[in-house]
Write a protein that binds this ligand. Structure first.
Ligand SMILES: Nc1ncnc2c1ncn2[C@@H]1O[C@H](COP(=O)(O)OP(=O)(O)OP(=O)(O)O)[C@@H](O)[C@H]1O
Ligand SMILES: [Mg+2]
Length: 477
């Protein structure tokens, strides 16, 4: 049998130490604690840790000093840095320069920490293969704002680490609400240009007549209505990152101009005589399949290749259910702050309901569901009653609609697929419930679902987009 993993916890706060030690014991590992770097070095003499968890800001020998001493000593166990004040930059520095295994920002997500310790522990024997280890940096529950524990998200963390620091274009794809903008922001935060601006422009939201002036700027009088000279996104994003969202919606002539800018890094305002140099990193995003957009003639093939230096595809949430809990927990923190609530966690039934649901609006929909639940609960645990009707009612519960004591009627075959709608449900909620349940029934085959529902595929797409995106603006998120 394998020996339990030995984990050394280094933190100046006694409550943190005991909290972490408790969790680690509960996971069947052996914890040991130290209050600062010096004490930790002493402890290591008799406690050969497989994995170290260390705080950065500590009196005495702090986390940086401790990591340096470990590195200088030459046999550093995989070390996970816990950072409270941690910007991503500081944490990344500990990984890059001091050889930490990975980092986690406080408050710690227990699920993420456990995964990380186990992954680090399984590499404990490989410290000699440092380079190999560095390539596998992504054993962590979050990178900046991006949370995830599924293997696919961890791969994305690695890709972000690799692509982030370069100036190369990145193409981010994924359904609506999967986190494309968060990825773009993370790339910016991981790059040298992080002090510069991050600018996002949605090509689908702008009328064709305005898009070029938005992108490239214009001189006064260059077209009717151009009463002032105006800087375009490229100028505003100078020395920073420009995210071009819904790139497939950009008119083809504009795509040709964009390609030229990518080739020679020069922009000319509409109606302008001179060109000026731009230093902007481009991140393009689309919720379509880019190859199809190319085939359909909506995206220039040469531009596609130019943008697709790195490709980051965010899978839909339904294909990475391991991410549900860590993302939900991270969002709870955010939403508690936003609404001044004190919700601590989600009940197991809520997690089960989340796991069963298909999340057509992805993380954005999850956030909307949680936002409502946090407001309704206010504090304590989120229970199924805080969820919207379409997440509460399951086909299996249909039988419980019979009066108490009555023998359960054998459901007619048609009833097996019935949707129970409670009085108090709004028409909008009922419609959403019906649409989503039908999609479950067709295993997400949208064409078939639209047929059953008697609506066009386009209407179905619009509805799904609405469920994912509709409430965001109203909530000012
Ligand atoms: N992995 C994640 N961890 C934490 N929050 C996330 C994650 N992915 C998405 N979110 C949150 O979900 C919401 C939607 O994300 P985002 O706006 O990046 O999606 P998108 O893919 O750009 O959507 P759209 O195609 O509709 O523009 C945001 O509130 C974002 O913070
Ligand atoms: Mg977006």
């Amino acid at each position: 049998m394998n020996q339990p993993l030995k984990v050394l916890i280094v933190d100046d706060e006694a409550s943190q130490r005991s909290g972490l030690a408790g969790m680690i014991s509960a996971w069947g590992m052996t914890p040991e604690t130290a209050g600062d770097g010096n004490e930790a070095l002493e402890k290591l003499a008799e406690f050969p840790a497989d994995v170290i968890l260390t705080d950065l800001n500590m009196p005495g020998l702090d986390g940086f000093g401790f990591l340096q001493r470990l590195r200088d000593a030459g046999d550093m166990p995989p070390t996970i840095v816990l950072t409270a004040y941690g910007s991503v930059e500081t944490a990344v520095k500990t990984v890059r320069e001091l050889g930490a295994f990975w980092f986690l920002e406080k408050p710690i997500q227990p699920g993420g920490l456990e995964v990380l310790i186990r992954r680090a522990g399984s590499h404990a024997g490989l410290t000699a293969e440092k380079r190999n280890l560095e390539r596998q940096l992504s054993y962590k529950g979050s990178l900046g704002q991006l949370v995830g524990a599924s293997p696919r998200m961890l791969e994305i963390f690695t890709l972000l680490q690799q692509a982030g620091p370069s100036k190369a274009c990145v193409l981010v794809t994924g359904e609506s609400g999967t986190g494309k903008e968060v990825v773009a922001r993370t790339l910016h935060a991981l790059s040298q240009r992080r002090q510069g601006p991050f600018v996002a422009i949605n090509c689908a939201a702008l009328p064709e007549s305005l898009i070029e002036s938005e992108l490239f700027g214009h001189e006064k009088g260059s077209f009717t209505g151009a009463s002032e000279r105006r800087a375009g996104c490229f100028e505003v994003a100078q020395h920073g990152t420009l995210m071009l969202d819904e790139i497939g919606e950009m008119p083809l002539p504009t795509q040709a101009k964009l390609l030229r800018i990518l080739e020679d890094s020069k922009v000319r305002r509409l109606g302008g005589k001179t060109e000026f140099e731009v230093d902007v990193r481009l991140v393009a995003a689309t919720n379509k399949v880019p190859e199809e957009a190319v085939r359909g003639g909506h995206l220039r093939e040469d531009l596609y290749y130019r943008l697709n230096v790195f490709h980051i595809h965010l899978p839909p949430l339904r294909d990475r259910k391991e991410d549900l809990q860590p993302i939900a927990e991270a969002l709870l923190g955010d939403l508690n702050r936003k609404h001044e609530c004190r919700v601590s966690d989600l009940s197991p039934d809520v997690l089960l309901a989340f796991g069963r649901y298909g999340w057509p609006g992805n993380v954005r929909e999850l956030r909307n569901v949680l936002e409502r639940a946090v407001i309704l609960a206010g504090e304590g645990t989120i229970e199924p009653k805080h969820l919207p009707a379409f997440l509460q009612d399951r086909p299996a519960s249909t039988a419980s609609a019979a009066p108490a004591g009555a023998p359960p009627a054998a459901p007619a075959p048609d009833d097996l697929e019935a949707l129970r709608i409670r009085i108090g449900t709004t028409v909008e909620e009922a419609e959403k419930g019906l649409i989503l349940r039908t999609l479950e029934h067709t295993r997400n085959n949208k064409t078939r679902a639209a047929e059953i529902l008697g609506i066009s595929l386009k209407t179905l797409h619009n509805k799904l987009k609405e469920y994912g995106a509709g409430k965001e603006d109203a909530m000012g998120a």
